[in-house]
Write a new protein. Structure first.
Lengths: 262, 315
């Protein structure tokens, strides 16, 4: 025993020899997302974008397109524009701002840190989807008064699940890219440029254009928000997710766990 | 009770074929402050990063509280670490940095205001984002972050950087108090006077190797005598008198000489030369400073190194 009297842990706290649990680490990672100025405004921008898309769909445009399904679809696609950036920053801001060395001295098992970041990203993706759902419902309710068309509230449960999955895959693509590149700006640029670049190359090389539907990020994943997928289309979602999410994530795990923190 | 709170056992790090630190071995006992001293680039930070599990050694090993750092279940509650006060998110508020650490390790976030007060950060500063912090404020925040888990061991890399003299004195008192209550402190510095007054033990590193280690008194033993001539007699006469007595002398930058002899012999030599003295005594910190300079300024001062080797080093 040490001669010094150390304070017992506070209620809800941890003793000196209790490993911080994953639930605790996930909550800390979520907090890190909004407790910086940049993180806060990014999340707010994502919400604003989703609201704008839902609002524009439900309140303007042709009467027959002003329904819940369209509002949800459009606002999901809008928020999916920023969701990968949220995923990227969840990993890279620690390296760019060098807080990783503080995090790793508190939690030396780096794989646990990465797992808790992935956990936080899944929670954020689901929260983003719930938010777009509620925003779309709210705007449909407002817009509904002015046109009152039949079937304004019709929603296909399968499509809703696909939209949620689309959100989740977009988020994990961001996390994987972030972990693989570890620097905020290059990772964000890559997340916007790489999918377009790959599609372009596949389109330009004769005989490869059919490959694009299997590995092109937009080609393979965007049907998720459009219609109930066929078996082949699900296959394409799997191949594209392997390439754009699993591959960078695998590289990222190695870099995150083994990389020298400066 | 553990007798060794920090143990570095032959820690060695190579980078691109170059050896950055080599065979660093020392231990820190409870209730003591250890000053890890060396010029910039000597390998202090590299060694501390290995101790804290941020970097893998190429040879050797280390333990904190008897186990490798990474095997501590909740290290934040046992070891307080400040490696780089600038390594914080510029867009985060000061108090939030501490709250994050507290939440991660399961310490009480309600202690944050008290801790901010303890490290001398006013409420207004706590609400500010780190972008607006000076280096001194970041050091204070970093120290608060290291203390939040109520640890037994503190590992601090250049914590006095950016602190004003009042801040340095405050920090010395805080560390002394921490050690007096049974804690163990390892702090690095490139400035001798920052750690000399507070450290029970000094580990001096130069060029990636430990060049001297021991208590202040151990290092000072044989560090010589500081002597100064009275103003009207002048250092020239003194230097001649000491030379006549066959004593080896080094000019001290603040005037006078450090003599490799006991004060008695120096006094007799001055008497024989008829020189009045204004100061005569053990060299104390002047000698330690000289020692630190000699030890860490590398091979250039060592007489037994052939000139060709020196040229090689210079390049």
């Amino acid at each position: 025993m040490s001669t010094t009297a150390y304070a017992p842990p506070a209620p809800g706290g941890l003793s000196r020899d209790t490993r911080p649990g994953l639930g605790r680490l996930v909550r800390v990672e979520l907090r890190k997302m909004y407790d910086t100025r940049a993180g806060f405004w990014l999340l707010l921008a994502a919400v604003a974008l989703a609201a704008l898309a839902a609002g524009l769909t439900a309140l303007t445009g042709h009467d027959d397109s002003r329904n819940f399904a369209n509002a949800l679809n459009n606002s999901t696609q809008a928020i999916n524009f920023l969701v990968p950036v949220v995923g990227i920053l969840l990993v890279t801001s620690e390296w760019s701002q060098r807080t990783a060395q503080v995090t790793f001295t508190l939690v030396p098992q780096r794989a646990r840190v990465l797992v808790s970041k992935i956990g936080a990203s899944v929670a954020l993706a689901l929260a983003a989807f719930v938010l777009t759902f509620l925003l779309s419902a709210a705007f449909t309710a407002i817009g509904g008064k002015s046109f009152g068309s039949v079937g304004a509230w019709h929603l296909d449960g399968g499509i809703v699940a696909q939209l949620a999955l689309f959100d989740l895959i977009s988020m994990l693509i961001g996390v994987g890219l972030g972990a693989a590149i570890l620097l905020s700006a290059p990772a964000i640029v890559a997340s916007f440029v790489l999918p377009v670049g790959v599609s372009l190359v596949l389109e330009l090389i004769p005989g490869l254009d059919h490959v694009a539907s299997w590995i092109g990020q937009g080609e393979a994943l965007s049907p998720l928000s459009d219609h109930a997928l066929s078996g082949t289309e699900w296959g394409r979602v799997v191949t594209a997710t392997l390439l754009w999410c699993a591959l960078p994530m695998a590289i990222g795990v190695v870099r995150f766990v083994k990389g020298e923190v400066r | 009770m553990l007798q060794t709170m920090i143990e570095s056992n032959g820690l060695t790090k190579r980078l691109g074929g170059r050896t950055i630190v080599s065979d660093i071995t020392f231990t820190c006992r409870p209730g003591t402050v250890t000053g890890f001293l060396g010029p910039n680039g000597a390998g202090k930070t590299t060694t501390m990063r290995m101790l804290c599990g941020l970097s893998d050694p190429d040879a050797g090993s280390s333990t904190i509280l008897g186990v490798p750092f990474r095997e501590l279940p909740n290290p934040g509650r046992r070891v307080g670490i400040l490696l780089d006060a600038s390594a914080q998110h510029a867009g985060r508020r000061g108090e939030e940095v501490l709250t994050l650490s507290a939440l991660t390790i399961g310490a009480d976030p309600g202690k944050v205001p008290e801790l901010l007060d303890r490290v001398g950060l006013p409420k207004r500063a706590a609400r500010q984002r780190l972008k607006a912090y000076s280096l001194g404020m970041r050091q204070r925040l970093g120290l608060a972050s290291a203390l939040i888990g109520d640890p037994e061991v503190l590992i601090l890399d250049e914590p006095a950087n950016g602190l004003d003299p009042e801040g340095m004195r405050w920090m010395r008192e805080l560390l002394r108090d921490f050690a007096d209550r049974g804690g163990t402190v390892l702090l690095s510095s490139h400035l001798l006077h920052e750690v000399e007054a507070v450290a029970d033990q000094l580990v001096i590193i130069g060029g990636g190797k430990i060049v001297a280690a021991g208590t202040r008194d151990e290092l000072l033993a044989g560090a010589g005598t500081l002597v100064r001539a009275a103003a009207d007699h002048g250092d020239d006469r003194l230097s001649r008198a000491l030379g006549d007595a066959g004593l080896t002398i080094h000019a001290h930058p603040d005037g006078g000489f450090i003599v490799e002899a006991e004060p008695d012999d120096v006094g007799r030599a001055a008497l024989a030369g008829g020189v009045a003295l204004s100061r005569l005594g053990p060299s104390e910190s002047a000698g330690l400073e000289q020692l630190f300079f000699d030890l860490t300024s590398g091979a250039a001062d060592a007489p037994d190194v052939p000139a060709a080797d020196l040229q090689e080093t210079a390049r």
